[in-house]
Design a protein around this ligand. Structure first.
Ligand SMILES: Nc1ncnc2c1ncn2[C@@H]1O[C@H](COP(=O)(O)OP(=O)(O)OP(=O)(O)O)[C@@H](O)[C@H]1O
Ligand SMILES: [Mg+2]
Length: 266
């Protein structure tokens, strides 16, 4: 479990043991629409998310990244397959039970932020704590707000914030309860490079020093290079996997996936 005090950074490289899985998706299928308009957004995805790691999910637009994040976080039901979070099988739960599980165990950063318009930035950030009836960890809250550069924006409402500021509020809100897993759909998509790098360094540190499990969708090879691992989706399936990614290895893998020859059954 995570503690409320922040341990000192581990010295030297991390041990090369395989961490325990925080989430496992097996054979997950999700379709939208019916008949001729049917879209198979997820076509049998298998994905294991290791605990305490920052995992990046990449892939072309429409490859199923957001659909997979929503499914793994219990936001949407799936048509087939299994999704386990820790010891819980998500597909066995009712919608109401999934809502409770999300509130108690998960954090989510939506591609479109989804902040509550009538609440200030500070109230939006604290909302998951309020819903869960928990008191804020002052030090953690302060670290989130400072790292994300939101100190002088806390009394503003979302309509008074820029897109990048709203995105940073959404990230703080997802992390405020120190959830078992944070799913973040393009958390740096609206940030300039300075704020983007600060956020990525923070997510990397949260994983390495605090054991926070983070799954982050990104289109940006530089953002992906902050991760411990990159999973590539193509056509609703996991198509490739890179450990300890660098910008050149991410670019090379992306280029490989774009070659028609690599499309197995096209
Ligand atoms: N609510 C929906 N109704 C119908 N089709 C949908 C819906 N949501 C997603 N899709 C389709 O499912 C496929 C996967 O979409 P998804 O949003 O998961 O892609 P993505 O990889 O996140 O793309 P992007 O990088 O553009 O965000 C796409 O073909 C998309 O059009
Ligand atoms: Mg998406």
């Amino acid at each position: 479990m995570l503690t409320t005090t922040h341990p000192a950074p581990a010295a030297g490289p991390r041990p090369a043991t395989t961490p325990a899985p925080a989430a496992v998706a097996s054979g997950v299928v999700k379709t939208y629409g019916h008949g001729t308009t049917e879209v198979r957004a997820l076509d049998g995805v298998d994905l294991t998310i290791s605990a305490g790691q920052l995992t990046a999910v990449m892939g072309p637009s429409g490859s199923g990244k957001s659909t997979l994040m929503h499914a793994m976080a219990g936001l949407d039901a799936v048509d087939a397959g299994s999704i386990r979070l820790g010891g819980t099988e998500l597909t066995d739960l009712s919608e109401k039970q999934r809502t409770l599980l999300r509130r108690e165990r998960l954090g989510f950063v939506f591609q479109s932020f989804n902040l509550v318009p009538s609440l200030t930035a500070a109230e939006n950030i604290a909302l998951p704590l309020r819903l869960a009836g928990r008191t804020p960890d002052g030090l953690w809250l302060e670290e989130l707000v400072t790292t994300l550069g939101l100190q002088d924006r806390l009394t503003h409402r979302p309509s008074e914030l820029s897109g990048g500021q709203q995105q940073r509020v959404a990230v703080a809100r997802a992390l405020v309860t120190r959830p078992e897993i944070v799913f973040a759909d393009e958390p740096t998509g609206n940030l300039d490079s300075r704020h983007g790098q600060a956020l990525l360094a923070f997510l990397q540190r949260a994983a390495r020093e605090l054991g926070q499990t983070v799954v982050m969708v990104t289109h940006d090879p530089t953002a992906a290079s902050y991760a411990d691992r990159v999973v590539f989706l193509a056509d609703g399936r996991a198509a490739n996997d890179l450990t300890d990614p660098t910008v050149p290895t991410v670019l090379a893998t992306m280029a490989g996936l774009e070659q028609p020859a690599s499309r197995a059954e096209a």
